[in-house]
Design a protein around this ligand. Structure first.
Ligand SMILES: [Zn+2]
Length: 379
């Protein structure tokens, strides 16, 4: 995903983030509505400014619609004990990021259907307002400005609903279908396999349609479809692998995969010493940092890059280490799949294992993948 997220607030305690790529959607929607939708003959009485304001209003309400869709997923997830880390709106819509996958088909069903239900309700409400406004105006042939705006919003929410209900994983409809197959077969791997295949098929259809419109005079829509298609295809694959990994790691724990005898750095070590005596010597990408025997952070090659060379002998490891990994430190009896997810989220490549406040080992994603590969090799 593109980098550059900024926080815009919190709803129900869930941080809401907007990716910079979302600004492109805002501009695109504002422009299409102002210039295309309200640019026709029926709305010639509108000034340029009024049309752009209507465009901005539509974009803003679209933002609210997508946010509400994601919020509904999130609220149901939280109610069922699945923590939601944040909601991110990006170029292809929105995503509620969970740290765990649902543990039962019933929970998955409720969670997946919640978003489309929200979109359905919004669509119905906006269509309702449209009918009401249009009815009051008494004119059937010419639409009022307000009615036109709500018709647009009703349509766009309906489109969001239809698109998301396509039964291919990881779309909402695919998750609904997966939960149903999972419920009746008891086999989540098989359910994910089937629905991610449908998801990939749908992705290919989108790419082909996109390429077709690209060369038949609709470049913007074409690029859009191709873009969404590629994204979906990738998501369908990674969703399936994730289930395979989760299944493969079931019943395995951190203490089985961790490397004991971990090399740690003292917090007051000069940066230059850390580079020469640790990074160059052991060639790990990250090291746990200790102070009085307690874990206080992690030092990564990335942190080193942030310091100019002439400051290597002035600063100490404490000044540049990252402290968040302390909270994410693993415990020896933690599930190996959960550990893999934590390592991926942290982006450190590895995380220390702590027992009774002491670092007793370290686990890298490679250690966990090795176990998986070994299990696959022996069937
Ligand atoms: Zn959804």
């Amino acid at each position: 995903m593109l980098r550059g997220n900024f926080k815009v607030g919190r709803v129900f305690g869930i941080p809401i983030e907007i990716n910079v790529s979302w600004i492109l959607i805002l501009v695109l929607v504002t422009w299409t509505v102002a210039d295309g939708y309200f640019g026709g003959e029926n709305f010639q009485h509108l000034s340029e400014l009024q049309r752009w304001l209507l465009g901005a209003a539509a974009a803003f309400l679209l933002f609210g619609s997508i946010l509400l869709h994601e919020l509904m997923h999130s609220v149901v997830a939280v109610k069922n004990g699945l923590p939601v880390r944040k909601i991110t709106l990006f170029i292809l819509g929105g995503v509620a990021q969970m740290s765990e996958e649902p543990r039962s088909p019933i929970v998955e069903f409720k969670m997946a259907i919640a978003g489309p239900v929200a979109s359905f309700i919004m669509s119905a409400v906006f269509f309702g307002i449209f009918v009401l406004l249009q009815g009051l105006s008494g004119e059937l042939m010419q639409m009022t400005v307000g009615a036109a705006l709500f018709l647009y919003l009703g349509l766009i929410n309906f489109m969001i609903l239809v698109f998301n209900m396509v039964p291919g994983f990881p779309l909402d409809g695919g998750r609904v279908l997966r939960s149903i197959i999972w419920h009746y077969t008891g086999n989540v791997t098989k359910a994910t396999y089937i629905t991610s295949r449908i998801g990939k098929g749908f992705a290919i259809v989108l790419i082909v349609l996109g390429l077709f419109s690209l060369f038949t005079g609709n470049p913007v829509g074409g690029i859009w479809f191709v873009f969404i298609g590629f994204f979906l295809q990738q998501a369908a694959d990674s969703g399936y692998y994730q289930v395979l990994m989760r299944k493969g790691l079931e019943g395995h724990f951190v203490h089985e995969v961790m490397q004991p005898g971990v090399v740690t750095i003292e917090a007051d070590t000069p940066i230059g010493t850390a580079v020469h005596d640790y990074f160059m010597r052991f060639r790990f990408n990250s090291f746990p940092v200790l102070e009085n025997g307690k874990l206080v952070g992690m030092l990564t090659t990335h942190d080193l890059k942030t310091v100019p060379r002439e400051e290597w002998d002035v600063g100490t490891v404490r000044n540049i280490m990252e402290t968040e990994p302390v909270a994410h430190a693993l415990s020896p009896n933690e599930n190996a799949y959960g550990a893999l997810m934590k390592i991926a989220q942290d982006g450190m490549g590895r995380l220390p294992v702590v027992e009774d406040g002491t670092v007793i080992g370290i686990v890298s994603n490679r250690d966990i993948m090795k176990l998986l590969k070994f299990k696959m090799d022996i069937g």
